[in-house]
Design a protein around this ligand. Structure first.
Ligand code: UDP
Length: 339
């Protein structure tokens, strides 16, 4: 396949960034990772060079852009834990908003005019009334969400002033792992529901704490829209294609369009692995909205993006091996049978 062009991937050693690098490589782009390796893993950088630098170091970004003939950037490098952002807001504003301004300055100084940005459904806050459309007012309820909204606003202003074009991709809950086993989901410390639940199931940690059982949802637990990380990665490639073809700046949801409560997630893990998830009921976690589900239609219309592996049981089947769990076989009716 002819090489399209080199793309700078900040945070390319992290969970979503490394899956995006694989998808970029498969689509004929050269992903050049910049990562400070505080939460990323050097051995996840397999599809292009690694520049070991912090995204807040604009001089290092400019060098990387010039040295590798970069034509576009994908910006993943950020801190991404809602709970931690409540405890350490200044750190979140420094790393996330500071990283964005450093990257924008590096782009403006070098003439790079295309940015795919890792935004979040956390920018919407806690909207009521079913699936969330992109024109839902953004009113984040935690510093993580506010830092991502600041980044979108910076991009918006620089798009108007300087002709920079961007795609802000507002992800819902990224989960799962590369189905070919090239990459796994690794977080340290782990705070996300699916890996924690799978670790509890495999006995690698104690029971899962279910944070809050008095939310206004079908069973009292929080509802989220889980999207397979490989689908997310493909969405980024489509966004890069879109900007390369001259597409206008845009903000798009990337989600499956289906919400699952925590108890539904635990039940799906049981049906896929044949094992019950040990869990305890716990108080609400600060900063958590009750329900977040995407309206995914705008990304379908704009990018032709549709999820392919984001059925919850498929996400769990792909993630299970990373946690030493076998997934049950599926019969032709989609029912699971123990191996
Ligand atoms: N959650 C939970 N126990 C955990 C971790 C998470 O009950 O040990 C809940 C969390 O409160 C939220 C949902 O699972 O309602 C998804 O949380 P996660 O941290 O995975 O993603 P977020 O939605 O915060 O980005």
């Amino acid at each position: 396949m002819p090489r399209r062009f080199a793309i700078l991937v900040t945070g390319g050693a992290g969970f979503i960034g490394s899956h995006a690098c694989k998808a970029l490589h498969q689509a004929g782009y050269l992903p050049v990772t910049v990562d400070n390796l505080t939460t990323g893993h050097a051995d996840a950088v397999k599809w292009g060079p690694l520049v070991h630098a912090d995204v807040r170091n604009a001089a290092a970004l400019k060098d990387a852009i010039k040295n590798h003939g970069i034509k576009a950037v994908m910006h993943f490098a950020a801190s991404a834990y809602v709970g931690e952002s409540m405890a350490r807001p200044a750190f979140y504003y420094d790393n996330n908003a500071g990283g964005m301004i450093s990257l924008i300055n590096a782009c403006l100084d070098t003439g790079v005019d295309k940015v795919v940005f890792s935004s979040s459904c956390a920018t919407y806050g806690s909207p009521e009334g079913g699936p969330i459309r992109e024109d839902t007012p953004q009113a984040p309820i935690n510093p993580y969400g506010r830092s991502k909204l600041m980044c979108e606003e910076m991009l918006h202003d620089c798009s108007a002033a300087h002709g920079l074009r961007f795609a802000a991709l507002r992800y819902f809950n990224a989960a799962g792992a590369d189905p070919e086993g090239d990459l796994s989901e690794r977080h340290d410390p782990e705070t996300h529901l699916l890996p924690l639940a799978l670790q509890a199931t495999s006995g690698r940690r104690g029971p899962l704490q279910v944070f809050g059982t008095d939310y206004p949802t079908r069973d009292g637990s929080c509802e989220r829209d889980y999207i397979h990380v490989s689908d997310l990665a493909r969405g980024h490639v489509l966004a890069a294609d879109y900007l390369a073809e001259g597409g206008a700046s845009t903000a798009l949801n990337l989600g499956s369009g289906t919400g699952h409560t925590i108890f539904e997630v635990l039940e799906t893990i049981r049906s896929v692995t044949g094992k019950t998830v040990p869990h305890d009921l716990a108080p609400r976690r600060a900063g958590d909205p009750p329900s977040l589900t995407a309206d995914p239609r705008l990304a379908q219309q704009t990018l032709g993006f549709r999820t392919e592996r984001s059925r919850l049981d498929q996400i769990i089947r792909d993630a299970a091996p990373s946690f030493g769990l076998a997934a049950a076989r599926e019969d032709r009716h989609g029912r699971h049978a123990a191996e």
